[in-house]
Design a protein around this ligand. Structure first.
Ligand code: BTN
Length: 326
C-alpha cells in the first residue's frame, strides 16, 4: 500500500474520531513531516481533511475523482482484480493502454481507469462517448486458463458483477441484455467490450473494457442514442459517488472472475439468467451480416446463447447484437 492509501484507509476506519498525526505516522511507518506533506497533497486534490489542535485529523469529505490510492484503500485485498490500479486523466481508449501492458508482460488483474477517453469504443465498431469525470471508463487485464471459445464465461461474469454492484451501491434494479449490456428501464447504462488475444486453443490474454454511464445528463449523450441510453444519475435522480461504485465493482468482478474460471460457473450462470431479459424471449440476433431469429432458450456450459430457430434447430451463438422482437 502507498502512503496515500494508508492515510485514507486509516482516516476512513477512524470515521468521526480524530486521529493524531503522531499515531497515524507511527501506524503507517513515516515521520510526522512526511505525513503532513501527504495530507497537504491529498487536500490539494480535494480531500477535506480537518486538523484540530490536540485532537488530530478527520476525513470530512471526499471528492468525486478517481485516485488510484483512494481506490486501493477502499478495495482492500482482492485475489486478482485491482491488485494494481492506474488512473489516467485522458487516454484514447483504456483498452489500448491495457493491451500495451499485456504485451509488456504485466501480471493479470491490473485495472486502468481514465477520467475521459478521446477514442472510446464499443462493441461492433461503435463509438463509446466518454466525457470527463462523468462515468467509469476502465479496462482490466486477465490471463485466464480458458479456451478461446469459453471467453463468454468472462462476459457473463462481468455483467453479473456489474449488476450486483449497481444494486448494492445505487439501489437500482438493472437487467442484463445478452451477452452483457446492462439496462435500467429498458435503456442501456453500461456495456462491456471483451478483446481477446489467443492462439488456436489457448487464451493469451483478455482485455475486459467496461463503460458505465454514471453521472451523465441526457445532453451528454449524442441525440441519436438519447432514447436508448441512460445514466445512474438520471435513473436515481441524484449524483452517484464514482469512487465507491468503482471499488465495489472491482470487488464483485474479482469474486465473479473466480466463479467463472473455477468450479462455480453454473451458479454464476443461474444468477445471470435470473436478471437476463433476453432468455425466454423472441429475439433477432445480428451475427456479422447474418440475421437469426428465434427464441432465446438458455445458456450452455460455456456461456453461449442457445437459440431455438423457427425451423426447430438449436443454434449456439457466441456473439452478436440482440434485439427483442415484440
Ligand atoms: C458496448 O458496446 O456495450 C461496450 C462498451 C465498452 C466501453 C468501455 S469504456 C472503457 C473501455 N475502453 C473502451 O474504449 N471501451 C471500453
Amino acid at each position: 500500500m502507498t502512503v496515500d492509501s494508508e492515510i485514507l484507509s486509516t482516516l476512513r476506519a477512524a470515521g468521526e474520531r480524530p486521529i493524531s498525526g503522531a499515531d497515524m505516522a507511527q501506524k503507517i511507518g513515516v515521520s510526522v513531516g512526511v505525513l503532513r506533506r501527504h495530507v497537504d497533497e491529498l487536500r490539494a486534490l480535494g480531500y477535506e481533511i480537518q486538523a484540530s489542535p490536540h485532537l488530530g485529523y478527520r476525513l470530512t469529505r471526499v471528492p468525486d475523482l478517481l485516485h488510484a490510492d483512494d481506490l486501493l484503500s477502499r478495495l482492500g485485498k482482492t485475489t486478482v482484480i485491482g491488485r494494481d490500479i492506474r488512473v489516467f486523466q485522458e487516454t484514447t481508449s483504456t483498452n489500448d493502454v491495457v493491451d500495451k501492458l499485456a504485451r509488456d508482460g504485466v501480471k493479470e488483474g491490473v485495472a486502468v481507469f481514465a477520467e475521459s477517453q478521446t477514442r472510446g469504443r464499443g462493441r461492433l465498431g461503435r463509438t463509446w462517448v466518454s466525457p470527463l469525470g462523468k462515468g467509469l471508463w476502465f479496462s482490466i487485464l486477465l490471463r485466464p486458463k480458458l479456451r478461446p471459445d469459453q471467453v463468454t464465461q468472462l462476459t457473463i461474469a462481468s455483467a453479473t458483477a456489474l449488476t450486483r454492484a449497481i444494486r448494492h451501491q445505487v439501489d437500482l434494479r438493472p437487467e442484463i441484455k445478452w451477452p452483457n449490456d446492462v439496462l435500467i428501464g429498458g435503456k442501456k447504462v453500461a456495456g462491456v467490450l471483451t478483446e481477446l488475444s489467443a492462439e488456436l486453443d489457448t487464451i493469451k490474454y483478455v482485455v475486459l473494457g467496461i463503460g458505465i454511464d454514471v453521472n451523465l445528463s441526457a445532453s451528454d449523450f449524442p441525440p441519436e442514442i438519447r432514447k436508448l441510453a441512460t445514466s445512474l444519475r438520471i435513473e436515481r435522480g441524484q449524483p452517484v459517488q464514482r469512487p465507491a461504485l468503482a471499488s465495489a465493482i472491482l470487488r464483485e468482478l474479482d469474486h465473479d472472475y473466480r466463479r467463472a474460471t473455477g468450479q462455480d460457473f453454473d451458479s454464476l450462470a443461474n444468477e445471470w439468467e435470473e436478471q437476463c431479459t433476453t432468455i425466454g424471449h423472441e429475439v433477432q440476433i445480428q451475427v456479422g451480416t447474418r440475421k437469426i431469429r428465434g427464441r432465446a432458450e438458455s445458456l450452455d456450459s460455456s456461456g453461449a446463447l442457445l437459440l431455438r430457430t423457427h425451423h426447430g434447430h438449436l443454434e449456439r451463438i457466441i456473439g452478436g447484437d440482440v434485439t427483442l422482437v415484440r
